[in-house]
Design a binder for this molecule. Structure first.
Ligand code: NAD
Ligand code: ZN
Length: 341
C-alpha cells in the first residue's frame, strides 16, 4: 500500500511498497478516510522533535474498520471511527481516567501513530487497541479526521479555563490556523467571552471574524499589545490562548493577560520565556497543555455532530504530501489540509 514516510531530517517520501498490516489480539485495522496535516509534523520533519526509526506520518486519523483482532469486541467492519492520538500505556492512573495525553510512561515509549510509530497517512493503519477508537456515527471520516487534534487540543485547553471565560471577559486567540480556527468556534459555542484574534495576514484575520472574533489584530504590528489593551481597557484579557508558541507571541501574551488570568501556550514554536516577577501580573497561571483526553474527544464529536463546529478543509492526495507541507510552512493553508488515500 501507499504511505507517507518520515526517513529523517527534512526527508519525507511517498512509498508504494508497504504491506497491509494484519490485526491480531486487541488490534484493529482501519481503512483510512482522511489524515490531517498538523503543524506538529513540521516540528518533526524540520526540527527533529521525534527521532529514531522510519515511520508513517499522520497523527490525525479517521476511517472505517476493515478488520478486527480476535479479542476486539463492540466494533465491526465498516464502522466509522476516529483514532485517539496519544497512545499511553493504558494502565496508569491518567490512562484509566482517559487522559492518555498525560500517561505516566510518556517519556519511555513512542507515543502514538505518526509520532514515532506508523500513523495514518496511508491506505490502512494498524491501531494497537480498540480503546483508542471513538465512533463518529454519521460523520464523514474525511471531514472528521482533524477533530482528533485540531479540535480536541483547543477544546481541552479552553475547558480548563472555562470558569474564567464569562461574558464580561475577553479572550485572546493567537494563530488562526488548523487549531486556532476551531478554537474560535469552540469559544463561540461553549463560552461567553468576547474574542480578540491575532494572526499575521489579512486573510487569516478576515477568516477569524467569520468564525466569531469580535476584534482582530495583526500580531506583527509593533504596537499589537497596545491595540489589544485599547479594546479590553485596564482589566486586560482573562485568558490568552497561544497557538504559535514563539518567543514573540508568548511575550505578547504576558503583556495582555489580566491579573489572575490564564496564559495557555499550546503552540510548540520553540519560544522562550524568562520569569520576571514584575513582567507577569499576579495570579497568572501559565500552562502548556498537551492534546486532550479520550472522553473529551467524544465531547468534540458531539459538537461536530450538532454542527456547532465545522473544520474548514483543503483536500489533497497522499502523493501531494510534500507540496502540502510546503504550503503549511508558508502559512497558506486555510483551516486544515487533509490527505485522502
Ligand atoms: P498552522 O500552521 O495551521 O497555524 C498556525 C497559524 O499561526 C497560522 O495561521 C499562522 O499564520 C499563524 N502565525 C504564525 N506566526 C504568528 C504570529 N507571530 N502571530 C500570530 N499568528 C501567527 O498550525 P497548527 O496545526 O494550528 O498548530 C499550531 C501550533 O500548535 C504548532 O506549533 C503545533 O505544533 C502546535 N500543536 C500543539 C499541540 C499540543 O497538544 N500542545 C497539538 C497540536 C498542535
Ligand atoms: Zn499510562
Amino acid at each position: 500500500m501507499k504511505a507517507v514516510r518520515f526517513f529523517g531530517h527534512k526527508d519525507v517520501r511517498v512509498v508504494d511498497d508497504m504491506e497491509i498490516p494484519k490485526p491480531s489480539g486487541e488490534e484493529v485495522l482501519l481503512k483510512i478516510g482522511g489524515a490531517g496535516v498538523c503543524h506538529s509534523d513540521l516540528h518533526i520533519i524540520d526540527e527533529g522533535t521525534v527521532s529514531g526509526s522510519v515511520f508513517t506520518l499522520g497523527h490525525e486519523n479517521a476511517g472505517w474498520i476493515e478488520e478486527i483482532g480476535s479479542d476486539v469486541k463492540g466494533y465491526k467492519k465498516g464502522d466509522a471511527v476516529l483514532v485517539y492520538g496519544p497512545w499511553g500505556c493504558g494502565h496508569c492512573k491518567p490512562c484509566q481516567q482517559s487522559k492518555e495525553n498525560y500517561c505516566d510512561h510518556q517519556s519511555e515509549m513512542a507515543y502514538g501513530g505518526g509520532l514515532g510509530l506508523n500513523g495514518g497517512m496511508a491506505e490502512y493503519m494498524l491501531v494497537p487497541s480498540s480503546r483508542l477508537l471513538v465512533p463518529i456515527y454519521d460523520l464523514d471520516p474525511v471531514i472528521a479526521a482533524p477533530l482528533t487534534d485540531a479540535a480536541l487540543t483547543p477544546y481541552s485547553a479552553i475547558k480548563r479555563s472555562l470558569d474564567k471565560l464569562m461574558a464580561d471577559e475577553y479572550v485572546v486567540v493567537i494563530g488562526v490556523g488548523g487549531l486556532g480556527h476551531v478554537a474560535l468556534q469552540i469559544l463561540r459555542e461553549i463560552s461567553g467571552a468576547e474574542i480578540i484574534a491575532c494572526d499575521v495576514t489579512e486573510d487569516k484575520l478576515a477568516f477569524a471574524r467569520e468564525l466569531g472574533a469580535s476584534y482582530t489584530i495583526n500580531s506583527k504590528d509593533a504596537d499589537a499589545a497596545e491595540q489589544i489593551k485599547k479594546i479590553t481597557g485596564i482589566k486586560k484579557a482573562k485568558v490568552v490562548l497561544d497557538f504559535v508558541g514563539a518567543t514573540s507571541t508568548i511575550e505578547l501574551g504576558t503583556k495582555v493577560v489580566s491579573l489572575d488570568g490564564d496564559l495557555t501556550i499550546v503552540g510548540l514554536g520553540g519560544g522562550h520565556y524568562q520569569y520576571n516577577m514584575s513582567g507577569l501580573p499576579f495570579g497568572v497561571s501559565m500552562t502548556n497543555p498537551y492534546w486532550g483526553s479520550r472522553v473529551e474527544l467524544m465531547e468534540v464529536v458531539g459538537l461536530a455532530r450538532q454542527k456547532k463546529i465545522h473544520i474548514e478543509i483543503e483536500k489533497y492526495k497522499l502523493d501531494q504530501a510534500n507540496e502540502v507541507y510546503d504550503r503549511l510552512r508558508e502559512g497558506k493553508i486555510k483551516g486544515r489540509a487533509v490527505l485522502i488515500p
